[in-house]
Design a protein around this ligand. Structure first.
Ligand code: ATP
Ligand code: MG
Length: 178
């Protein structure tokens, strides 16, 4: 459906289930147990639940980092397993934990993300400038990320998730440290 951004039907995910032969393996953990979800385009959808409820697991499945054991998941009209590449072109992701290069500066991190998303060198520089400005990081753009404070890191991480101006943006606990 054209007005559907995310469609999840009967999704199951168990950790440690495949390799562990023993059905009652100690490390086996059912994280998602038949989840259904539909999110319309142009909306903001929040997922709430206690620690360990499976929120990050869901975000990782929606962003193609993890495969569901069963069920059907479509993001931007594409199947996350069969068409993972098409999904990746259309999404942005802010993970629960920062995905930044510690040794590079803020600006270099943003340019790196842009280049990995196939933006040309010039366009990548312009985009990095725009985002540093927007997230009030211009003054710290040259500092290596290891010298950033927690909140500065989070802002840079958020900026990186917006490098491509994605159709759909996944934010896992985006306000942590802000
Ligand atoms: N890589 C993994 N291997 C084994 N078990 C895992 C793994 N990742 C998550 N789990 C387990 O799956 C369940 C769901 O975890 P998940 O990280 O999805 O929860 P969450 O809702 O994001 O929690 P939080 O609010 O603490 O971030 C938990 O019981 C967790 O211990
Ligand atoms: Mg989580």
């Amino acid at each position: 459906m054209a007005d559907t951004a995310i469609s999840v039907e009967g999704v199951h995910k168990t950790y440690g289930g495949r390799k562990a032969k023993d059905e009652k393996a100690k490390d086996k953990k059912k994280a998602l147990d038949g989840l259904d979800l539909r999110v319309a385009r142009g909306t903001v959808h929040g997922v709430l639940g206690p620690n360990g409820a499976g929120k990050t697991t869901l975000v990782r499945i929606l962003s193609t980092l993890l495969r569901p054991d069963s069920g059907r998941v479509e993001v931007a009209g594409y199947d996350v397993v069969a068409d993972a590449r098409a999904v990746r072109f259309r999404i942005g992701l802010l993970g629960q934990h920062a995905a930044l290069d510690e040794e590079l500066g803020g600006r270099q991190n943003l340019e790196l993300f842009a280049r990995l998303h196939h933006l040309g060198a010039r366009r990548a520089r312009v985009r990095a400038d725009e985002l540093l400005e927007r997230f009030d990081l211009v003054d710290t753009g040259r500092k290596p990320v290891r010298a950033y404070s927690g909140g500065m890191r989070r802002r840079l991480d958020l900026a990186a998730s917006l490098v491509t101006d994605p159709e759909i943006l996944f934010l896992d606990e985006p306000t942590t440290g802000l």
